[in-house]
Design a protein around this ligand. Structure first.
Ligand SMILES: Nc1ncnc2c1ncn2[C@@H]1O[C@H](COP(=O)(O)OP(=O)(O)OP(=O)(O)O)[C@@H](O)[C@H]1O
Length: 326
């Protein structure tokens, strides 16, 4: 039998994993529910974050990402469920608890007349009483402006900053108190590619060097893949996928998709062992093989499959990414 006919796609979509809470959990969310009027937006959200982890919360517009983050920040009262953030229920968090959090909201337009450096000094003063031997608070303003790329704008009024510069300032305000846990709601919206790369470096530095736990929302799947240790997909009021980008890709399809042409004809096959398949293919057809492409499921494939599956309620009937592309 020719090798080109031998391989079948694995089209199974496996359910999301639910992880047991760990001792060093910075965030623990169990059966979180939120109802606005008669609409259930969150219908039983479960997840946990360990110290130093970077989590990306993904989901379609209106899925409830901001609602979830605002509940964890203590800005919004939940309808039901158990939530613990830095060991405290956010509904009862005091000022000391709040000083351990950094928050970058989707957008705010305030303090327009303040100058960048003065504003950071001002916010920084709030954290001074919460400085400890281990964690010096606040960060030095000059260093902070340098880290977020605002040093040359220190004397500018906030209202004269560009959108991207303004967003850098939002991030600076979020980390001025050296938070243990940082919430970032669409942090790079409006960033140019260089600002985006600088921001990614900053996130890596915060998690690697300072052990900051970070929960961010984004619609940029490439960004989620670059930054997150774990990706959570929120759809239809629940976390429908939870794992590293690689784990999630394997959940949609364990196979590698291999495409090639031979004798002017185009072939596509999904192979459990992509490398072995390609080796056999060349052993059999050698120089006849052209236009070879080898591709695993991307985070976009995973996202589309998971969201589509839960929006249509088609559990178990979802095609793998290889099938969809044929
Ligand atoms: N204060 C509120 N009162 C009533 N409904 C609300 C309120 N806040 C949010 N909602 C609704 O709850 C749902 C979830 O909103 P939320 O902002 O949490 O979604 P999101 O996932 O952050 O969306 P996006 O990706 O567009 O930012 C939406 O349908 C929204 O209209």
């Amino acid at each position: 039998m020719a090798v080109e006919q031998r391989f079948e796609a694995d089209t199974g979509v496996r359910p999301s994993s639910s992880r047991p809470p760990s001792a060093d959990a910075v965030i623990e969310v169990r059966d979180l529910r939120m109802r606005y009027g008669s609409v259930d937006v969150l219908k039983g959200v479960d997840f946990a974050a360990r110290r130093g982890e970077v989590l990306a919360l993904l989901g379609p517009n209106g899925a409830g990402k901001t609602t979830t983050i605002e509940i964890l920040e203590g800005f919004r009262m939940r309808s039901a469920g158990a939530v613990s953030v830095l060991g405290v229920d956010p509904a009862h968090g005091d000022e000391r608890w709040r000083a351990g959090l950094g928050v970058v909201l989707q957008s705010w337009r305030d303090h327009g007349k303040w100058r960048v450096g003065e504003l950071l000094d001002h916010f920084g003063r709030y954290y001074r009483p919460y400085s400890t031997g281990a964690v010096e608070r606040p960060r030095d303003t000059a260093e902070l402006m340098d880290v977020v790329g605002l040093a040359e704008h220190a004397g500018k009024r906030v209202q004269t900053l560009s959108g991207g510069q303004r967003r850098r300032l939002d991030v600076a305000i979020g980390i001025v108190g050296r938070p243990e846990l940082l919430f970032l709601d669409e942090p790079t919206a409006g960033f140019d590619p260089e600002a985006r790369r600088d921001f990614h470096d900053l996130v890596h530095r915060l998690s690697d060097l300072e052990d900051t736990t970070i929960l961010l929302t984004t619609h940029d799947l490439d960004e989620a893949e670059k930054l997150a240790d774990r990706i959570l997909i929120l759809a239809q009021g629940r976390i429908v996928a939870d794992g590293s980008a690689d784990q999630l890709a394997r959940r949609v399809s364990r196979d590698t998709e291999v495409r090639w042409t031979r004798g002017g004809e185009r072939f596509v096959h999904s192979a459990a062992d992509g490398t072995g398949f390609v080796r056999e293919l060349f052993a059999q057809y050698g120089d006849e093989i052209a236009d070879l492409e080898v591709r695993r499921a991307t985070l976009e494939d995973v996202y589309m499959a998971m969201v589509h599956r839960h929006e249509t309620g088609a559990a178990g009937g979802e095609p793998g990414f290889g099938e969809e592309n044929r």
